[in-house]
Design a protein. Structure first.
Length: 74
């Protein structure tokens, strides 16, 4: 499988290809919204990486919270 989402997954950002594809979809959604709102992006590549990094961080925080809810308190 050689999808862009797999590139995020193979880079070690997300072990799950589905999560990687969700992140990629979120990043491109943000790009389309920025274009639609006519927000100028001076350095598109840097902006894309920053948005991707933020989405990855959000994913790990969410998964960490879910794992803490599932595990009983000791």
């Amino acid at each position: 499988m050689s999808t862009p989402g797999c590139a995020i997954s193979s880079a070690g950002a997300s072990p799950d290809a589905r999560d990687a594809e969700d992140i990629l979809q979120d990043v491109f959604y943000e790009l389309v919204e920025a274009y639609r709102m006519m927000k100028p992006i001076a350095q598109v590549t840097a902006w894309l990486f920053r948005v991707a990094r933020n989405r990855i961080t959000d994913l790990f925080r969410t998964k960490n919270r879910e794992a803490q809810r599932i595990e009983p308190a000791r």
